[in-house]
Design a protein around this ligand. Structure first.
Ligand SMILES: *Cc1c(COP(=O)(O)O)cnc(C)c1O
Length: 394
């Protein structure tokens, strides 16, 4: 569609990446093929030399995957994007492209647990040093800068503490240090936050979460601002092979059609659940960017179009009370992952962030009593009733 770029996100999610196809199908076909025929020997060799555009082999590029990549690049106001087999494959692709032996990266201390493990167990082997700081504190970032800092990596809101990092201020620091700002935007989706508009150079998503939204695909995506980053990353993704399959691309492409209305409901429901929790006598504390009590509520308001569906909280009595809550819920399901239509609840210290180790967790404020809830799109009164009943049983 012409001029889709100028339309609102609610319209863009429905039409993005849907190109005209041979039979004018409203939903483009799934190219479930591993390889593509060449017209003749010369055509094949021109494609391989990059003298002509076309499809060769699905690990390199596939029309179904490419249509989906175009959609996400547009929604993030980016240049191009690369669909990966998981969020971790996307993060690995970005680190591999932007970091060399001897380089340094500054990373938010409150990030998805395996991101920390990836840096500390794999990239250290290749001579990349990582410093973990509270990226909501600009002084900590400034103090951690070294001559060889190539990447500042932030997740905002951070997982699972929901701490907010100032994208504009951090991108200014990154620019002054000749480093690139990479933002994991999984918790927001492009509907609530577009980090490239705030100065970030690269955006990452776990597609598994809000973008797909239906808890039935594992995938990831990288969106770049520059052609150079895109080319480097495409080369690496092609060589390491962590691509997204055509069918999974089709599913997530279908998922994003409802992204705008899903995010609206997630935000609405989470605000009500957060307010309910904050006023409940069994709850010790609640962290949600949409609450006035969130220390960076104003900053969240300035860079997010909505506060999202993720809430962190602590139950009075700590871990044992938190466990009792989780075990007594009926509607809210005890499972890791997030961003799906169903409400999920989990315990980061023993689940998603267990691999980080207790010292790193404590430094990042991921206390043993912290419970994380991903508020779904069910009727909010049903979610609240479920929580009320389970809290009553502690
Ligand atoms: C889930 C998640 C990831 C990793 O994505 P996978 O698809 O599970 O590999 C990365 N970052 C954040 C914020 C996540 O929630």
């Amino acid at each position: 569609m012409k001029n889709l770029k100028t339309k609102s996100d609610t319209t863009r999610v429905v039409h993005a990446g849907v190109e005209k196809n041979e039979h004018l199908a409203v939903v483009p076909p799934i190219y479930q093929t591993s390889t593509f025929k060449f017209e003749n020997a010369d055509h094949g060799s021109r494609l391989f030399r990059g003298e002509e555009e076309g499809f060769i082999y699905t690990r390199m590029l596939n029309p179904t995957v490419q249509a989906f990549e175009n959609a996400i690049a547009m929604l993030e106001n980016g240049h191009k994007s690369l669909a990966c087999g998981s969020g971790m494959a996307a993060i690995h692709t970005v680190f591999s492209a932007l970091l060399q032996n001897g380089d340094h990266i500054i990373c938010s201390d409150a990030v998805y647990g395996p991101t920390v493990t990836l840096l500390e167990t794999i990239f250290t082997k290749f001579g990349v040093k990582a410093t973990f700081v509270d990226t909501s504190n600009l002084d900590e970032i400034q103090n951690a800068l070294r001559d060889n800092t190539k990447v500042i990596y932030v997740e905002t809101p951070g997982n699972p503490t929901l701490v907010i990092s100032d994208l504009i201020a951090i991108s200014t620091i990154a620019k002054s240090a000749n480093a690139q700002l990479v933002a994991d935007n999984t918790f927001c989706s492009p509907i609530l936050q577009k980090p490239l508009d705030f100065g970030a150079d690269v955006v990452i998503h776990s597609l598994t979460k809000y973008l797909n939204g239906h808890a039935d695909v594992v995938g990831g995506i990288v969106v770049t601002k520059s052609e150079n980053d895109y080319k480097q990353m495409r080369k690496i993704l092609n060589q390491t092979g962590g691509v997204l399959a055509p069918f999974d691309s089709f599913l997530v492409h279908r998922g994003i059609k409802t992204l705008a209305i899903r995010m609206e409901r997630h935000c609405e429901n989470a605000q009500k659940v957060a307010e309910f929790l904050e006023n409940h006598s069994a709850i010790e504390w609640v962290r949600f960017p949409g609450l006035e009590s969130h220390p960076q509520h104003k900053l969240a308001k300035s860079q997010m179009a909505g506060f999202g569906g993720m809430i962190a909280f602590g139950v009075k009595g700590g871990l044992s009370s938190g466990k009792s809550l989780m075990d007594n819920l009926e509607l809210c399901q005890l499972a890791v992952s997030l961003g799906g239509v169903e409400t999920l609840i989990q315990h980061p210290a023993s689940m998603t962030h267990a691999s980080m180790g207790k010292t790193a967790r404590e430094a990042a404020n991921i206390t043993d009593g912290l419970v994380r809830i991903s508020v779904g799109i069910e009727n909010v009164n049903d979610i609240i009733t479920d929580l009320k009943n389970a809290l009553g049983k502690i």
